[in-house]
Design a protein around this ligand. Structure first.
Ligand code: ZN
Length: 203
């Protein structure tokens, strides 16, 4: 399986990192080895001094598909989740500056947190899902899918032009404003509305 990740999908996060607004979704992949195993802590890798959390709504693909039209995209997923796209920001800035791929900064072991899954039927409107991240006791990041530049169906339509989607693939839909660094001892807990989707310890 593969993890397909979208970059710069929230204008407030684009401004925060002083990036340009893209004309089309920015897409990168993480391998299955990047998934943080259940109940395991996240270990800050020694190649970075600035690992940041990016809280993101996740979508799990349940049908094989290619060239999926936006109006049929909803048939390709039943479950919504919440996760973190951990990013070694210092390394990413360095790679970006040189025009090099981001994988070393984005796709290292443990960099993909995938919380629990819930049926999409639990949500009244997938384009209005509020989510937030707590670091220790403070809320550090909040977002709502209504702020996305490309919604879930538009993302599926776009990425399926390039990659065949397979059952079990996971899409990370991008992060809103409020990314920040983690430190040893932090506990990160992710919520959709008031429902806890994951809780992980940083080591
Ligand atoms: Zn991200």
């Amino acid at each position: 399986m593969k993890l397909i990740c979208i970059g710069r999908n929230y204008s407030n996060h684009i401004a925060e990192l002083q990036n340009e607004t893209p004309d089309a979704p920015i897409v990168f992949l993480k391998p299955d080895t990047s998934i943080l195993l259940k109940k395991q802590p996240f270990f800050i890798p020694d190649f970075s001094d600035n690992v940041q959390y990016e809280l993101e709504i996740l979508v799990k693909i349940n049908r094989v598909g290619k060239y999926i039209a936006p109006e049929f995209a909803h048939k390709y997923y039943d479950h919504i989740g919440l996760g973190i796209d951990f990013t070694a920001r210092d390394l990413q800035e360095d790679l970006k500056e040189k025009g090099l791929p981001w994988e070393k900064a984005k796709s290292f072991d443990g960099s993909a947190v995938i919380g629990k899954w819930v049926s999409k039927s639990k949500f009244k409107d997938l384009n209005n899902i509020a989510f937030h991240l707590k670091k220790n006791d403070a809320i550090v990041q909040t977002g709502n899918t209504k702020q996305m530049l490309w919604n879930i169906d538009a993302i599926i339509a776009h990425v399926s032009q390039f990659f065949t989607l397979k059952i079990g693939d996971v899409i990370f839909t991008g992060t809103p404003l409020g990314v920040g660094a983690v430190a040893t001892g932090d506990i990160l807990t992710g919520f959709i509305e008031n429902d806890e989707f994951f809780s992980i310890k940083v080591k």
